[in-house]
Design a protein around this ligand. Sequence first.
Ligand SMILES: C[S@@+](CC[C@H](N)C(=O)[O-])C[C@H]1O[C@@H](n2cnc3c(N)ncnc32)[C@H](O)[C@@H]1O
Length: 446
Amino acid sequence: MDNPRQLAFIALRSVQRGAYADVALDRILRQTDLSSVDRRLVTELVYGSVRRQRSLDALIDQLAKKKAQQQPPDLRIILHLGLYQLRYLDHIPDAAAVNSTVELAKKNGFSGLASFVNGFLRQYLRLASGGDPLELPDNPVERLGTLHSYPDWIIEVWLEQFGYQETEQLCEWLNKPPAIDLRINPLRASLEKVVAALQEIGVNISRIANLPQALRFTSSTGAIEKLPGFDAGWWTVQDSSAQLVSHILDPQPGEVVIDACAAPGGKTTHIAELMQDTGTIWACDRTVSRLKKLQQNIARLQLKSIQICTGDSRNLTQFTSVADRVLLDAPCSGLGTLHRHADARWRQTPTTVAELVVLQTELLTHVATWVKPGGILIYATCTLHPQENEAIVQDFLTHHPHWRIERPAANSIGVPYATTAGWMKVLPHHQAMDGFFIVRLQKEPE
Ligand SMILES: C[S@@+](CC[C@H](N)C(=O)[O-])C[C@H]1O[C@@H](n2cnc3c(N)ncnc32)[C@H](O)[C@@H]1O
């Protein structure tokens, strides 16, 4: 049973039936005792096949008699697995990819189609020896969508924002495996201490320009929770651009700060660290399971200044005008973090975005009432969709004349990401971090 390709096939079958890719993968990996090399292969095959689904289907449509949608669902997965290895993985010899895919077909009820699978993959290889066999439409939206495997609507949103060349770079960047960054907890350890402890066990790590607490792994790590300092609360896994958000909030010791969408607490715990664990931080969220993770993180990092408030932040009435600063790290379509969630591009749609826009508007309108006169409100998302970012802020300012955008001060941490409008945008293909939108709003003093 511990055959990596068979395990990938089982996980992909769950994904096809509606499971989240990370959940399906985690379930399958927990049941096995694979070497770390094989675990990496299963992970790559599952995430890669999901991510590249559109391109792989286009090749099936082109090269097989039956279109991808008309293939038996399990056979379609097997063809995806074979094609994915041939097209995207350099370290697997072609013969091994073809033979193992034929075996997979035989093992999973397609013995009668083994020669079709063999012929199909060998035809792909023959064509690939003379250039890319994937035929691309002329229309730029479908062309980028087919080549880089994104739905047309995402390509349209990005083409309008960034133009063809930048969109293509962004698509390519978000198809690469994500980096893992750490945020050092200065209340428990210094950056130097963490670097030394990791280097001692052969894990390589580098600093990230302009982010005082950030480190990025540059070699493989094994299980993160087993690395030195995790249990002792020396550090937290958090992408650099997410770290940027709390620095831009700039909370001060002793203040009252509310994090309106806090779980699992990446930014709340960062805020507590920046405030030297003084003052009061309210961590609000409506998802109980995610709040449990927040609680675990607070305990591991040994923080005392955070209070949890469970509920829908649109309905919480106890916080009117109490906060020096409020963070709204809003639920969003996550188009800036597609590299971390292989199936997200297929789950989000223009309809889910429209629903999110309503939620984001309602949240922003309500949590703005929590800020004291003269106080600060940060609106942030990890998406690159103007309806969820620029349009939300413009609409808010139109209806709230006592608020204004505060631009990043000269030499401050937000400057490299600033736009002429005053908000900040982190573009993954420029800054090598998750995509983020961050704006700092100030309420008029009394
Ligand atoms: C982007 S995530 C927050 C991530 C978190 N700030 C961090 O850094 O770890 C958005 C969160 O919003 C929460 N959420 C969504 N709708 C909400 C609502 N109406 N009220 C409160 N929380 C909500 C979700 O449960 C989710 O945890």
